[in-house]
Write a new protein. Sequence first.
Length: 136
Amino acid sequence: MDNGETLVAVLSVICAVGLPIVMTIFICYWVLTGKHKERMAMIERGIVPEEAQRQKANPNRYIALRNGMLMASLAIGALIGISIESCFTFTNEWHRLLVPMITVLFGGAGFVGYFFLARHLEQKEAKEDLSKALND
């Protein structure tokens, strides 16, 4: 390969890979600075941006509970799947999917259980807040 072919190969790689990356970075920078300038101009005129007017959504306080229930249910599902697979002999090829299917099934059951438990806890907290407000 001579120098001309090497230069063409290097330029083609730069244009095919580097150019889209650089353009994406430039467009993101341009959009973000435009939004910032617009917000600053609104603030200078005394207009409150919509983002500041919106109330913050109630954050999920039970993330650790969700993650714990998911991990525990996945582990239980994997153990049950492995024990079922080792107890029986299968003649079909689908038995290779048995452990992942049972694991995902138990993971889904863990999410459903989390939903009901979190809803119960939120309702309990709402009742406690209401009773505190009435007692004050």
